[in-house]
Design a protein around this ligand. Structure first.
Ligand code: EZ4
Ligand code: CO
Length: 402
C-alpha cells in the first residue's frame, strides 16, 4: 500500500493547528496532528521540507518500520519538533490501517478495556467564589472530574484562569503576554481554594489542579501536604521535570498524587519518574510523544509500576489528536483519566469527528480509523496567525517558569 501523497495543512480556526494528511495508492487517507503550540511552523517545515519527500513511495502498512525509519533515520533523536512530526506520521498511518480494515482504531489496539473514557474539564474563576460557580457549572454539565484554577490575591493574572467569558486559552496573537508570579502568594492561597471546594461539593467529585511547573521541589512538598485533607485526584506539574530525581523530595513529604509529562516527548523523559514510582499519572500524549506507537510503549512501561495514563488534552491539541487519544484511552489497560477542553465551534466544523461527550465520559465512536476528518476548503479560510504562549516573571523581574 504505497503512499502517493502527503501534505501539511496549517489553519487557524480560533487557534493554530498543523495537520498531516497522508494518501495511499488505493485512495485511502489518514490524518495526524502535528501542532506544537507557539512553534507550529517549525514542525510544519520539518514535515514538509524533510519528512514528506521521504514518505512518498513508502508502504503505509509498515507502521513500526516507518516509525523507526524517521526516529533512527533522523540521527538527531527526540525533541518536541522531531517527535511531533513522527507522531503525525504515526497517527496518520494507524488511521489508514484501521480504515483499510474497516474498523475503529481501538479494535486494533487490543479492543475496548472499558465502556467509556473518564474525562476532566477545566473550571476557573477570578477568585474563590467565582471558581466555586465555575465548578458547579461543570458539574451541572455532567463532569465527574474537574480541574480547578483560580486567580490569586495580589497577582494580576495567572495560569489557567479564563479571561472574559469563554474557556481558558493561553496563546495570544503577535507577542507573548507577560505574567507576574509569586510562589509565596500562591502557597498561602491554594489550600483555601480547595477547602472551600470540598465544603461546597462534598467528597465524591474528583478535583484536580495544575501547578504548571512553578514551585521548587520542597515548596511542592509543602503544597501537596497542605492539600491532603482535600484529597485531590492529582496535583499536576508541581515542579519542572527535567531533573527527574527532584520528585524524590516531593514524595518524601506528601501523598497527594502527582501527574507529570505534558511536555515530554519520549519514554526517556519519564523513565526514572516511572521506574522509581515518583509519579502516579503520566501526561504524555499522542502528538507530543511520538504518536500512538510510542505512547503505547510509555503506557506499557508505566503499567509495570502502577502508573496510570492521564493524556494532555488542552485545546492546542487538535481534534485529530483528541480522536486518536480516545482510541488509545479506551484500549490501554492502565488508563487513568483524559483531559478534555472542548474546541470552538469553528474548529469542530473544520475537523468533523465521531467522538462524543456525555455524562462526564467520552467515546471515540465507531467510524473506521480514528474517526476525525478535515474539511480542507473550510480550513483554507482560516490562515495561520503567529501566536505565543505567555512568559512568566517574578515580581523583581526574574524570568520564571510559565
Ligand atoms: O499549558 O496546552 O494541563 N494543561 C496545560 C495546558 C498547557 C497548554 C500549553 O500549550 O497545562 O493548558
Ligand atoms: Co498542565
Amino acid at each position: 500500500m504505497k503512499i502517493v501523497d502527503a501534505k501539511v495543512i496549517i489553519c487557524c480556526p480560533g487557534r493554530n493547528f498543523v495537520t498531516l494528511k497522508i494518501t495511499t495508492e488505493d485512495g485511502l487517507y489518514g490524518l495526524g496532528d502535528a501542532t506544537l503550540n507557539g512553534r507550529e511552523l517549525a514542525v510544519a517545515s520539518y514535515l514538509s521540507d524533510h519528512v514528506v519527500p521521504l514518505l512518498i513511495g513508502r508502504d503505509a502498512r509498515r507502521i513500526e518500520d516507518n516509525w523507526q525509519y524517521f526516529y533512527k533515520g533522523a540521527y538527531w533523536r527526540r525533541g518536541p519538533v522531531t517527535m511531533a512530526s513522527i507522531a503525525a506520521v504515526d497517527a496518520a498511518l494507524w488511521d489508514i490501517k484501521a480504515k483499510s480494515l474497516n474498523t475503529p482504531l481501538y479494535q486494533l489496539l487490543g479492543g475496548a478495556s472499558r465502556d467509556a473514557v473518564l474525562v476532566y474539564g477545566h473550571a476557573s474563576g477570578h477568585d474563590v467564589e467565582d471558581t466555586v460557580k465555575a465548578v458547579a457549572q461543570f458539574q451541572k454539565s455532567g463532569y465527574k472530574a474537574i480541574r480547578a484554577q483560580s486567580g490569586i490575591p495580589g497577582l494580576a493574572s495567572t495560569y489557567g484562569v479564563h479571561s472574559g467569558s469563554g474557556h481558558y486559552e493561553p496563546a495570544e496573537k503577535d507577542a507573548p503576554p507577560e505574567n507576574v508570579w509569586s510562589s509565596e502568594a500562591y502557597m498561602t492561597f491554594i489550600p483555601t481554594l480547595f477547602a472551600r471546594l470540598r465544603k461546597e461539593f462534598g467528597e465524591e467529585l474528583h478535583l484536580l489542579h495544575d501547578v504548571h511547573h512553578r514551585l521548587t521541589p520542597i515548596e511542592a512538598g509543602r503544597v501537596g501536604k497542605s492539600l491532603e485533607p482535600y484529597h485531590l485526584f492529582w496535583m499536576e506539574d508541581p515542579t519542572p521535570a527535567e531533573l527527574q530525581e527532584s520528585f524524590q523530595l516531593i514524595r518524601q513529604h506528601t501523598t497527594t498524587p502527582i501527574a507529570v509529562g505534558e511536555v515530554f516527548n519520549s519514554i526517556f523523559d519519564c523513565q526514572q519518574l516511572i521506574q522509581e514510582q515518583l509519579i502516579d499519572y503520566i501526561r504524555a500524549t499522542v502528538v507530543h510523544a511520538g504518536g500512538i506507537s510510542h505512547l503505547r510503549r510509555i503506557a506499557n512501561f508505566a503499567e509495570l509500576y502502577q502508573v496510570r495514563t492521564g493524556c494532555h488534552g488542552a485545546t492546542d491539541l487538535s481534534p485529530v489528536c483528541m480522536g486518536a487519544a480516545l482510541h488509545f484511552d479506551l484500549s490501554v489497560h492502565n488508563f487513568g483519566i483524559q483531559e478534555y477542553m472542548p474546541h470552538t465551534s469553528e474548529t469542530d466544523k473544520v475537523f468533523p469527528h465521531a467522538y462524543s461527550f456525555r455524562d462526564g465520559v467520552m467515546h471515540p465512536g465507531d467510524e473506521p480509523g480514528h474517526g476525525v476528518d478535515i474539511d480542507e476548503a473550510l480550513a483554507a479560510k482560516y490562515p495561520y496567525q503567529r501566536a505565543y504562549l505567555p512568559v512568566n516573571r517574578k515580581s523583581d523581574g526574574t524570568m520564571h517558569n510559565w
